[in-house]
Design a protein around this ligand. Structure first.
Ligand SMILES: Nc1ncnc2c1ncn2[C@@H]1O[C@H](COP(=O)(O)OP(=O)(O)OP(=O)(O)O)[C@@H](O)[C@H]1O
Length: 232
């Protein structure tokens, strides 16, 4: 579903955030993106979302080149993706229902479908009874559930999550991971950038490690850090 060929990104200030990155991500997979602060994880994610353009190389999403894609086609691209951030990014003056409905309104979903779909998705993330509350009336974990509901409401092919558990305690983080895994099992591809070593080590999914802008490790059932060589 995603192919990156020799992708590099140099920002206008000369910082080389990514260098010669080539990866292929299959539809339906769950991928962790790990690496130290400043390694290039967020840049990787921004390129997929076409928030940034690469300086070199090629990116294919669902058969289409993100390099050649015209700006007017970017909203259509983004409709196929849901994004989840560390800081939730909910609209504070809208209720839970309205926050999720808003994501459908911006893509001009019909009112009838919105009324049907939003409660369905809120039930799925375990917030069926909190539809009329405002974000400040929710716990951090609940706010992240709203942001996940918003990310999946338009039934995207891909969820991109940038440190989704970064602001949550370990138990709540685990619940959020169970929810993401559940969404993945229903067929949605998930790419998650994280510093959460315990989560990565317990889930044993594909791990792409980036350091200094380069992919230094790519393992099918990987761990947060390179496992020590047991041979002597
Ligand atoms: N808009 C920008 N302009 C200039 N340099 C940038 C910009 N965004 C990121 N960088 C630089 O690019 C490099 C990679 O940053 P990036 O945010 O991709 O790292 P990261 O792995 O996501 O880090 P973190 O784990 O801290 O979020 C860093 O050196 C950063 O300072």
């Amino acid at each position: 579903m995603i192919q990156m060929f020799n992708v590099s990104k140099t920002y206008s200030n000369g910082v080389k955030a990514l260098l010669d990155v080539s990866v292929r991500i299959q539809k339906g997979s769950f991928v962790f993106l790990v690496g130290p602060s400043g390694a290039g994880k967020s840049t990787f994610i921004k390129l997929l979302f076409r928030e940034e353009r690469p300086s070199g190389g090629q990116i294919i999403f669902n058969g289409r080149s993100l390099i050649r894609m015209r700006d007017k086609d970017v909203p259509h691209l983004r409709r196929q993706m849901g994004v989840v951030f560390q800081d939730f990014r909910l609209l504070p003056k809208k209720t839970v229902f309205e926050n999720v409905a808003f994501a459908m309104e911006v893509v001009e979903g019909p009112v009838k479908k919105i009324r049907q779909r939003v409660p369905q998705v809120l039930d799925m993330v375990g917030l069926g009874s909190k539809a009329n509350l405002y974000p400040h009336q929710l716990s951090g974990g609940e706010q992240q559930r709203v942001s996940i509901a918003r990310a999946i409401v338009n039934d995207p092919m891909l969820i991109i999550a940038d440190e989704p558990t970064g602001n949550l305690d370990p138990e709540t983080a685990k619940e959020i991971m169970d929810l993401l895994l559940d969404i993945n099992r229903r067929g949605t591809t998930i790419i998650m950038a994280t510093h959460a070593r315990d989560i990565v080590d317990s889930m044993r999914q594909r791990v792409i490690a980036i350091e200094g802008g380069r992919v230094v490790r790519d393992e099918e059932r990987g761990s947060y850090e390179k496992e020590k060589d047991t041979e002597t």
